[in-house]
Ligand binder design. Sequence first.
Ligand code: G16
Length: 547
Amino acid sequence: MTIKTVTTQPFTDQRPGTSGLRKRVDVFQQPNYLENFVQSVFNTLTDRRGQTLVIGGDGRYYNREALQIILRMAAANGVGRMLVGQGGILSTPAVSCLIRKYRALGGLVLSASHNPGGPEGDFGIKYNVSNGGPAPERITEAIFQNSLNIREYYTLDAADIQLDELGEQQLGAMQVVVVDSVADYAELMEQLFDFERMSQALRSGALSIRFDGMHAVTGPYAHAILEQRLGAPAGSVIRGTPLPDFGGAHPDPNLAHAQELAALMFSPQAPDLGAASDGDGDRNMILGRECYITPSDSLAILVANATLVPGYAKGLAGVARSMPTSRAVDRVAEQLGIECFETPTGWKFFGNLLDAGRITLCGEESFGTSSDHVREKDGLWAVLFWLNILAVRQESVSAIAHQHWTRYGRNFYTRHDYEAVDAERAQALMDALRRRGSELVGQRFGAFEIEYCDDFSYTDPIDETVSQGQGLRIGFSGSGGGPRIVYRLSGTGTQGATLRVYIERHEPTPERHDQDPQIALAELITLSQQLAEIEAYIGRTAPSVIT
Ligand code: G16
């Protein structure tokens, strides 16, 4: 088979964001757009010849076409072997698992995560390195620089690979192995969790679960693990078939987009545990009967209960959270006497700490939690972790959360997103707030006095890479770290800009733990709008999404 060299022109907008390159489908469908980015990845991988790569996606619209294009280009670029998920399907944590297990050079994830799919929706591509985690900034930046100068790409004149047939096929000199999308991942889960105990509880009816696959990638994983291996009754997994447009819904596991599940969990028919995962299976949402657990609290509770789970029975080396995530986990780490790191938003920032064995569990407010078993956040892992805790403690999710808050206090937390706003206006808002930072310190607003205002900068403790401009933090004086408001512009949106405002305050008094967070945080929410002059800059009087 002959290798074809195709002449191309650079696109100027291929800088990866928080998690790879995400654009609207029609942007990716422009002639040479995907090819340019993929060739830029291969050009950056100077040691790719003869190596193994993993590839799979969340099944969204354009997944299969993109896969065939990338496979041909991989063969033309000298890759030795490609492991592909059957039907082109692999969840993000499964890609991470396969890269590690088969010692691959890296992998490509085709997904725009929780963003909507379909011809009018979004598509995305992300490169993961040999530890199984997202490429660090120095690599994504090298890919971007390459994309600005690209003049040609390489491909093969070859027929499509049969993506649905398990086993080996040949594409030019490259071997393509279509692998079972679920098997290796399920095996890894069995090593970490007490499957026997969970299975007994689920089969006897002592424990019940409803898992919402949101018509995205985790459906097949959840059917196989929760229903077939653990014996949860059929129907425990809803919306379990991946669809190219996710059934027309947002595959975003939060109360706004998993409405059927949320309604069930606040009804008399609620099972013990309700959970959902996103487009590519790395996010999770946890609910109990009449009880929603914020991702920040979920991380803190998993850390506090980790030794109940076989894979973590020896205890944790340390933990980490992204900066805007609530500080609930910090309190648990302090009591356990382990290190707690604060990193910028983006899973890639946990990679070095995990590789160095400094942390075992980590998480983010954006519905992401995971451990050192892979180098991605892992939705189903978090659900199994909760199931394992419930099977051991035999208490409700709500009781576990309330006991946790009684011991550590409750970090009331909310995130207000102002989506699809004018990008220049949003940047102007951030610049103005940054400029005013020093004059705000010491000012009092009602009961709140500003103690610090800074632009978060992170120095990686392992390789000392510095990442600046990671979000504006306004901290108020008070006990338990003091209330806090954080402002950031999202790095994953595809339309205009999204302003994220994260609001948090610690409440030590148990009698006040049952308040609605929007009420418990009402004054700070108003203050967050005033301090940044949100209406004046972006013309919005209320957020588009509240989580
Ligand atoms: C990605 C990243 C996460 C990040 C999230 C939100 O998640 O992997 O680390 O927290 O985006 O980022 P931003 O606030 O910049 O939009 P996912 O699930 O979208 O891949």
